[in-house]
Design a protein around this ligand. Sequence first.
Ligand code: CU
Ligand code: ZN
Length: 193
Amino acid sequence: MNATLRIAVLAAATAALAACGGQAVKPTPPANAGAGARPVSTASSANVVLASASGSLVSGKLTLRPMGDGVHLTGEIGGLTPNSTHAIHIHEKGDCSAADASSAGGHFNPAGQPHGQVDHGAHHAGDMDNLVADAQGVAKVDAHASGVTLGGGAPNDVAGRAVIVHASPDDYKSQPAGNAGARLACGVIKVGR
Ligand code: CU
Ligand code: ZN
């Protein structure tokens, strides 16, 4: 490698490091531009740190990744009643500041659909299947939200919104939120960290 080339390679490596080290750069969404274009996820993953709400002891950590027709959530949630079943949804506002997490708003619903069950007809984009806690009160999360993207800023982008765990199971039919009860934990979907 000659000296000039070596300097060029070094400069490129330095620029790449600088790009990774700073604040996450908001990607421009050219893939989503234009009427009728199908929105695509621009982020490969995101994290959620679930903190307790409504005086619960429930907390957890989730990872989100684009998968198939939407976004897949994996992780663990603890502090639940042993062998209990709980609703989990994506809510529209990434704001967990209220003690009862009411600040996160309603279910994420950019398409104006009724509440329902994912993969069973009409449903909110933020609707997902119930969690089940084991005998230790820990739920291993393996949930899917369909019709959503991760990053890119399209109307169905879940980045920056909130995940909420509820006190009761979702009955997948009561409007507007499946009769799922109090909000036990809340966390914001954060891309790029
Ligand atoms: Cu909810
Ligand atoms: Zn819903």
